[in-house]
Design a protein around this ligand. Structure first.
Ligand code: GLU
Length: 499
């Protein structure tokens, strides 16, 4: 089997296209076939190198690799359509010679006018095939007028049927179509033509693509037939829609792979989630490793109905994948997010005194060395709560900065009568504590609470707020151990001394 993913580099990799790439990839790997990346960049105005680079990067990030493609090479290259223009030209000439195509001299304005007339009569716009049989002298007149011809394919009138691997039998009446353009007036190929020429020469056996291409398929089949080539099998995947049932777009939030990457979705989670968009096993299993997906995936189990992209579900799944990660690996993944927020703990700095906030310290302008040990401990504490990596700075900020923010609720707790006395006395107790370990802390604080005839919640709650600024978070004693004695004492002192 030879399958391909053929993106047009006119934007970053969209979630829907990533899913197309994934389905092709899974099927190719399952059947030990070849997976090919082809860049469809014949639209010079809209195609950008930056997007091609971006798409390649995002596919790699997602964990999709290919056997042949630009840069990678292969026996069927080049794999960028812009480098294949001579090939399309030769194929078009062949069709002209065999009288299966012809030059059309109609101008844009003429076509628009004729389409308007068709619409006025209640018919759908299409080319009326008028240049099929124009005389040589007419052609010359047109050329003298400076008209630049396109090449159109002569549509044979018939019913075309395909046996779509997802949708079953689909038929099309070509009598309702006008002859279509295969080479534009600037000499570049039309999308429909380049796709077919490439699928023939790259010996593609199975075409999996979005349902939005279904209406192009009869044109492709006619071209395959005209070029006497073997027709590949087709599978048209249902579109990816937003939760409101409309086409997935900006208003549904992040729509590109890149945006998901930025907000801290893990590639494994997105890979897994995309596979479930319009596909599933009988058992409705939800979590799959890549290897399992390669093994289980089949087009027969692809659903015909639209796939709903539910970012809440993806986020949930991401949380599960985050929990599976080793804390050390999570730390590495989180560093860029901490850097972005200027939140990094400096190794060797006196604990609790100064943390990275270059603009406020004024002293530390050297590249920060990160105390990964400290970060790892923090991550172990917070891992359960992380759903997206981008949330981590907010979640763990109080470990890394001395500028703790207290919200209204937290301040209310600190202002309760008796709280200051409790914290003053506790601070003295804790100053003596060695080692400052979870077990020790728990014992000492519980004993102290009992001795003073207090309820645990009246002690634990203000204590938590005073040292974290928050009313919720990980286990109090665990987090105190991780914060460390100096920081805890310093924070308590700050609260006790502030009015
Ligand atoms: N270049 C087309 C697109 O990005 C894909 C063409 C195809 O898969 O046949 O939609």
């Amino acid at each position: 089997m030879r399958l391909r993913f053929a993106p047009s580099p006119t934007g970053y990799l969209h979630i829907g296209n990533a899913r197309t790439a994934l389905f092709n990839y899974l099927l190719a790997r399952k059947h030990r076939g070849k997976f090919i990346l082809r860049i469809e960049d014949t639209d010079v105005l809209r195609s950008k190198k930056e997007f091609e680079k971006g798409i390649i990067e995002d596919l790699h990030w997602l964990g999709i690799d290919w056997d042949e493609g630009p840069e990678k090479g292969g026996d069927f290259g080049p794999y960028r359509q812009s480098e294949r223009l001579k090939i399309y030209d030769a194929f078009a000439k062949r069709l002209l010679k065999e009288n299966k195509a012809y030059h059309c001299y109609c101008t844009k304005e003429e076509l628009e006018q004729r389409n308007k007339e068709l619409l006025a009569r209640g018919e759908s716009p299409r080319y009326d095939n008028r240049c099929r049989n124009i005389s040589d002298s007419q052609k010359e007149r047109y050329l003298k007028e400076g008209r630049k011809p396109v090449i159109r394919f002569k549509i044979p009138e018939r019913i075309i049927e395909i046996n779509d691997l997802i949708r079953g039998r689909v038929s099309f009446d070509t009598g309702l179509m006008g002859d279509f353009i295969i080479i534009k007036s600037d000499g570049t190929p039309a999308f429909n033509f380049a796709v077919v020429v490439d699928d023939i020469l790259m010996e593609i056996t199975t075409v999996i693509r979005g349902e939005d291409h279904l209406s192009n398929t009869p044109r492709h089949i006619m071209l395959f037939e005209a070029l006497k080539a073997k027709i590949p099998e087709f599978a048209h995947m249902a579109m990816t829609l937003g939760p409101d049932g409309s086409r997935l777009s900006k208003r549904h939030g992040a729509t590109s792979v890149r945006e998901h990457r930025k907000i801290g979705i893990l590639p494994e989670a997105l890979f897994n989630y995309l596979a479930l968009l319009g596909w599933g096993t009988k058992e409705s299993q939800e979590l799959f490793t890549k290897e399992e997906l390669v093994k289980e995936f089949s087009l027969e189990r692809c659903k015909e109905g639209a796939a709903i992209f539910d970012s809440a579900k993806l986020t949930w799944m991401n949380g599960l994948y985050i929990r599976k990660k080793e804390p050390e690996e999570l730390v590495e993944l989180i560093l860029p997010y901490l850097k972005e927020k200027n939140l990094m703990h400096l190794r060797g700095e006196p604990v609790g005194v100064r943390f990275i906030k270059p603009e406020t310290t004024g002293v530390i302008n050297v590249a920060p060395t990160i105390d990964k040990n400290y970060l790892t401990k923090i991550i172990v504490l917070e891992r359960e709560r992380i759903k997206k990596l981008s949330e981590v700075p907010d979640l763990i900020e109080y470990f890394l900065t001395e500028e703790i923010k207290f919200n209204v609720k937290a301040l209310e707790i600190l202002k309760k009568p008796g709280v200051k006395e409790i914290l003053t006395s506790l601070r003295q107790e804790l100053t003596k504590l060695i080692p400052f370990s979870q077990e020790n802390l728990e014992k000492i604080i519980r004993d102290w609470t009992k001795r003073n005839n207090l309820k645990t919640k009246d002690v634990f709650h203000p204590l938590r707020v005073a040292i974290t600024g928050r009313t919720i978070g990980p286990g109090l004693f665990e987090l105190m151990e991780v914060l460390g004695k100096e920081r805890v004492i310093k924070r308590l002192k700050f609260i006790v001394n502030s009015s």
